[in-house]
Design a protein around this ligand. Sequence first.
Ligand code: IPE
Ligand code: IPE
Ligand code: MG
Length: 246
Amino acid sequence: MSTAPLPANADPTPGPNHVAIIMDGNGRWAKARGLPRVAGHRRGADAVRRVVRGAGELGIPVLTLFAFSTENWTRPADEVNDLMGLLRHYLRNELDELRRNGARLRVIGNREGLASDIVRDISDAESLTRGNSRIDVNICINYGARAEILQAIRSLARQVEAGELSSDRIDEDRFESALLTSGVPDPDLLIRTSGEQRISNFMLWQCAYAELVFVDTLWPDFGKEHLEQAIAEFRRRERRYGGVGG
Ligand code: IPE
Ligand code: IPE
Ligand code: MG
């Protein structure tokens, strides 16, 4: 990623309106220090706090953080337990901080796979932050884009079977409304930390035209300044949407 400053006469693309982050590299952060992986996840939770605050200060309207994928269940049970423990801790202890940031929390993912106390904590955190309006913070937990797309297709198919929907009325808007992200604008900037350059089953439909920014920084080291650099990179991009550009 280039870190050159924006030229003075730049006509930057406005936004981004929605920044999504694939938070990656906790394990490598810990390994580099001879620490257990959970230590990296703990420091990753600190980074979440910094980035939520920074995004609010930068005036980003929507921030989405990918925290746990449907595929992450394949990790060793101890690590999954540690991650679920950190999630519980976050949902119970970050509410004041979210309120201070004016953050409205929404958890995106399949809740059926989660422990019942976590599902309750999620509902509580969502309702306690519902009135906040400075920034929407979405956290993807037990989220996988292919599973999301399939459940949307099933739900539309059921409506067709029941005679409530005609198949030729399934357009992009109708399909979007059946996704877990219904009502959330598409990410226009997708950042992945830790040097990996892949999507890992994240918002495959919604990121159709997202600008991708890959940074080498490991997630526990990521902060507001890295977010600002990624936004500067976003603003240097020319978004064409299939057109010819300017
Ligand atoms: C991101 O860090 C956190 C989750 C995916 C839950 P990782 O745990 O994937 O860290 P690395 O990729 O092994 O370094
Ligand atoms: C992607 O990271 C998922 C999250 C950040 C929650 P992973 O570390 O699980 O992805 P892969 O395995 O490197 O593709
Ligand atoms: Mg990883």
